[in-house]
Design a protein around this ligand. Structure first.
Ligand SMILES: [Zn+2]
Length: 483
């Protein structure tokens, strides 16, 4: 074990967490502002690159050691978790610059950070750059300025180690365990046969060590990403170009859109990796730690309601079933603000389908909510009465300003302009529909709770939850994020 591993493992993360950056919707100008605010010393700024739309791509360096380590994040604009972790790392390097660890490390390694490779994509929160090109398919053609910059930095700093930092679909599971993958790792292949050479073997050993380190904190929630050779991808080509490359894919956790724990995990794994590299321990790690990481398994539904009774209006008696709900992000049509919207992912016997979270709903009857016209005069109390009767979506007159309605109603109901086409099913909870239902006590028939868009707005015990109405897109689609 390296001499500083224990110190690194016991760090109090909250002390270094760069709290100003609290949103995964971080944009380039914010990142650049944060880098100024961090008081960059002892980190050095190198020549910047420019994105297609002229945004700055930063390249920061730290340390004077002979072993060069290159970390690049957010080549996919909507995959920012590691960018925030790199800010935490910079905050750590600044605060601990006089610590024995940093003094020691800076003589062993030189860190090179490219914290946001695709600022145009980050601006739009899209995977691709402004040209529509996926930078991770551009490692050979290098038609995008962002790809050229990464390649130029690589050629300039000649890294021994590379960290390719992404977010994957947050619903991946680990192998056949049915457990969510908070993190997936990979030492990418450099050829179709997925052979080993010296630098990939070293990458595997370090990756296996990171798996051990991660599992000590989060348990068996670490998967291995697809290891098929991606001839156009940066990680695979870095490996091919002789850089021992490690892919870190931040995964997900139940209703954790900001991924705070996973961000912390990234930060901790960076430090553990640097320690292992600088201490020369990497070669001692058994490759089995890597080879035994289970591959990513099937995508999990986020929430499963088990053994509930569905009161579909077309049948006389409630039907015994399970329900799965996903929470894709959607934008409010008026404010553009994003929120998670619970959408039915599956209905039927789901006892063989693992999920990120499960609730026993065997005491309840679910009754789908309906749409109706806005009750007048509009007040929260009047709307509550309608919700209690089973309405989750209100048609409002075309002449009414939805912003005014949003400020008048302190409840998370759906608003829909009356003259806009409305195509939602209002009789059942079919896959793709919003997860809005009254929860009736099976014994008494009383309203025990009401969920709108997958969230509780009322319960007998807790009363009403304050909220803001949402103006929803007409077509509710389970937006699978392409990651
Ligand atoms: Zn990615």
């Amino acid at each position: 074990m390296g001499q500083f591993l224990e110190w690194v493992t016991r760090l109090n993360y909250d002390q270094y967490r760069f709290a100003d950056a609290d949103s995964r919707r971080i944009r380039n100008h914010e990142l650049i502002g944060f880098l100024v605010g961090l008081g960059i010393s002892p980190v050095r700024k190198n020549a910047v690159g420019f994105s297609f739309e002229g945004r700055k791509i930063e390249h920061l360096s730290w340390g004077r050691g002979p072993v060069s380590i290159l970390l690049w994040s957010q080549m996919h604009g909507n995959e920012p978790t590691a960018t925030l972790a790199l800010l935490d790392l910079l905050s750590f390097l600044h605060q601990e610059k006089d610590s024995p660890f940093c003094q020691w490390l800076s003589g062993k390694v030189t860190l090179h950070l490219v914290p946001m490779l695709n600022p145009d994509g980050a601006e739009r929160f899209t995977r691709r750059n402004a040209l529509g090109i996926d930078l991770n398919r551009d490692a050979l053609d290098l038609v995008s300025p962002e790809s050229r910059f990464l390649k130029a930095v690589k050629d300039q700093v000649n890294p021994v180690w590379g960290f390719n930092l992404h977010d994957q679909n947050p619903r991946y599971s680990v192998g056949s365990s049915g457990k969510p993958a908070m993190l997936s790792l990979l030492a990418p292949a450099f050829d179709r046969e997925r052979r080993d050479n010296e630098n990939r073997l070293r990458a595997k050993k370090l990756t296996g060590f990171l798996r051990q380190q991660a599992e000590l904190r989060i348990g068996p929630h670490v998967g291995k990403y697809d290891d098929a050779f991606g001839a156009r991808c940066f990680g695979d080509n870095m490996q091919k170009w002789g850089v021992s490359t490690i892919l870190i894919e931040s995964g997900g956790w139940y209703q954790s859109p900001e991924k705070a724990k996973i961000r912390e995990l990234n930060f901790r794994l960076f430090l553990a990796a640097f320690e292992a590299i600088a201490s020369g321990e990497v070669d001692q790690f058994p490759v089995e730690w890597y080879e035994t990481i289970p591959f990513n398994g099937p995508l999990l539904p986020e929430l499963k309601l088990e053994r509930t009774f569905l009161a579909d209006r077309r049948v006389a008696e409630p039907v015994l079933t399970d329900l799965a709900i996903n929470y894709p992000p959607m934008n409010d049509l008026v404010t553009g603000k994003e929120q998670m919207v619970g959408v039915i992912a599956d209905v039927g016997d789901l006892h063989t389908v693992p999920s990120m979270a499960t609730l026993d709903f065997s005491s309840w009857i679910l009754e789908p909510m309906r749409a109706n016209f806005m009750p007048m005069p509009v007040t929260t109390d009047v709307v509550k009465r309608s919700v209690m009767e089973g309405i989750d979506t209100f048609f409002y007159p075309a002449a009414t300003d939805p912003k005014r309605l949003k400020s008048q109603i302190a409840l998370s109901v759906n608003l829909h302009r009356e003259d806009f086409h409305f195509d939602h099913n209002t009789t059942s909870l079919l896959p793709g529909e919003r997860a809005s239902f009254r929860i009736l006590d099976k014994a008494t028939g009383e309203v025990a709770a009401i969920w709108i868009n997958g969230f509780e707005v009322y319960s007998r015990e807790r009363g009403w939850q304050q909220g803001v109405p949402w103006v929803m897109p007409n077509h509710v689609r389970a937006l699978e994020v392409e990651l």
